[in-house]
Design a binder for this molecule. Structure first.
Ligand SMILES: C[S@@+](CC[C@H](N)C(=O)[O-])C[C@H]1O[C@@H](n2cnc3c(N)ncnc32)[C@H](O)[C@@H]1O
Length: 181
């Protein structure tokens, strides 16, 4: 079975070998944060659950990562915490693995945070979004629609999906190809 979240890392590495600022919009257990901490000079991460922040701190400490700033905060607060341009950002939507299934990303805040993030993405920068139609079909459909409507001259969006499994997770990778006009 293809692990879409791991595939997301490989796809990012096809375009970026280093970055100044990476943002993990959904920290969870920290696998994406760890990946970003190896790619970017500085990483900022957001999660609304203390359990996620605690387990990610532990993972980062085990790997000796010292370039990550974690915030127990909603990713819609991006503008309050990040004032620089962003080179790479990762969303892994849904709920905390081995955590409560009652707390998961929501369509409104996911789209609102994307709308804050995209203007400050550098040209050549990437936003990777793993979507879970099985867990939150409404959010997955809304994020896909949002990406399909992004301004073509400024963004390319790749969609990777497992075509023989209807509700399998899918990946959207947004690349900023030109400044917003
Ligand atoms: C699928 S997990 C992320 C997996 C993670 N990136 C990893 O590598 O383990 C989704 C996470 O998003 C978090 N989340 C949900 N809504 C959020 C929001 N509005 N802002 C930030 N994090 C949110 C959840 O608490 C959960 O930990």
């Amino acid at each position: 079975m293809i692990k879409v979240a791991e595939f997301a890392h490989q796809l990012i590495l096809l375009s970026l070998s280093h970055a100044t600022l990476g943002v993990d919009m959904t920290v969870g257990r920290g696998n994406d944060t760890l990946f970003l901490s190896l790619l970017a000079k500085r990483v900022v991460g957001f999660d609304i659950q203390e359990e996620a922040i605690a387990s990610t701190k532990k993972l980062l400490a085990e790997h000796g990562c010292t370039n990550v700033e974690l915030h127990l905060a909603d990713h819609t607060q991006l503008d309050s915490y990040v004032h620089e341009d962003v080179d790479v950002a990762i969303y892994n939507l849904g709920y905390l693995p081995s955590g409560s299934k009652s707390i998961m990303t929501q369509t409104g805040s996911t789209i609102a945070s994307l709308t804050q993030l995209l203007p400050r993405l550098t040209v050549g920068g990437i936003v990777s979004i793993t979507c879970y139609p099985k867990h939150n079909p409404e959010e997955a459909a809304a994020v896909l629609r949002y990406c399909q409507r992004l301004h073509g001259p400024s963004f390319d969006v790749i969609k990777c999906s497992v075509v023989n499994k209807e509700l399998a997770p899918f990946l959207l990778q947004i690349t900023k190809i030109a400044p917003l006009t």
